[in-house]
Design a protein around this ligand. Structure first.
Ligand code: HEM
Length: 248
């Protein structure tokens, strides 16, 4: 598989309309349906329509309120608990954690993963339509990635203010290490975010965790280009709240 590692190569690939998110393997199950109905794996007009269904509720949330709500919560479930409350959906955090396990390829789903997604969809009302898929997508996208950010940031929590620690953690130790794209000829391309975030052309002394580096906000961990993460400020607010809570 072609692997892109430099900052410029990865940024260019994320802005290249010829490269699509690889369509997940077809699966006759709740997980298969969910993946077929969310923006995360869609392209073109379907992506734009489904993206609007996640952007609108996120815009209505206040990062400051999410941050306050996250204080004192456990790193693994903070994002799901805070977002579910803010979005007004009643779901057990453990159910979202279970459903998230195999949501992102290339993890091979088991029947238990399919059952967890079916239970999540049932908890969200059971209707198989795009608004329901969008609510599930928000919780699943937020779940493991934000927990990973908090986990990776905790060893550095005394290096500075939460914002500075978190942004350098995103650069130095991204919770999502690779993204994938598919070329028009079907070939897969891997985008190595760890390598790109440590490209010495952009980040001097890249292996050092330095909360004061001027360029640390240029990390690619939330994506860039055509489909960047719409939950970046929400993830940062929730993670900052958990870090603050853990210091007291
Ligand atoms: C530290 C935490 C997070 C990281 C590192 C992260 C990273 C990313 C990245 C890199 C993508 C783009 C994937 C690609 O281009 O292939 C993405 C997409 C997405 N993220 Fe996040 N994310 C995080 C938290 C969140 C949160 C908290 C939410 C919701 C509240 C969220 C919602 C989404 C959605 C809906 C998409 C799909 C966007 C689209 O396909 O247009 N993410 N995320």
């Amino acid at each position: 598989m072609l692997v892109l590692r430099t900052y410029d190569q990865v940024s260019a690939a994320l802005a290249d309309e010829r490269l699509i998110v690889p369509p997940p393997p077809e699966r006759d199950s709740a997980l298969g349906w969910l993946r077929s109905a969310v923006c995360r794996f869609s392209s073109g007009a379907a992506h734009a329509r489904r993206r609007a269904l996640v952007d609108a509720p996120l815009r209505a949330l206040s990062p400051d309120a999410l941050r306050r709500s996250a204080r004192g919560r456990a790193p693994e479930t903070a994002a799901v608990e805070v977002l579910a409350e803010a979005l007004g959906v009643a779901v057990e955090p453990a159910l979202v954690v279970a459903a998230a396990r195999a949501y992102l390829p290339p993890v091979e789903p088991t029947p238990a993963d399919d059952a967890a997604v079916a239970a999540l969809l049932a908890a969200l009302g059971g209707v198989r339509d795009e608004p329901t898929a969008a609510r599930a997508c928000l919780l699943l996208q937020a779940c493991a990635s934000t927990a990973g950010l908090i986990r990776n940031a905790l060893p550095y929590k005394d290096f500075g203010e939460p914002e500075a620690v978190l942004v350098e953690t995103l650069r130095h130790s991204p919770p999502i290490p690779v993204l994938r794209r598919q070329r028009p000829d079907g070939a897969l391309v891997e985008l190595d975010l760890v390598a790109a975030n440590r490209d010495p052309e952009v980040f001097a002394d890249p292996d050092t965790f330095d909360v004061h580096r001027a360029s640390n906000k240029r990390h690619l961990t939330f994506g860039v280009g055509l489909r960047p993460c719409p939950g970046d400020s929400h993830a940062l607010a929730i993670a900052a709240g958990v870090l603050e809570g853990s210091s007291r």
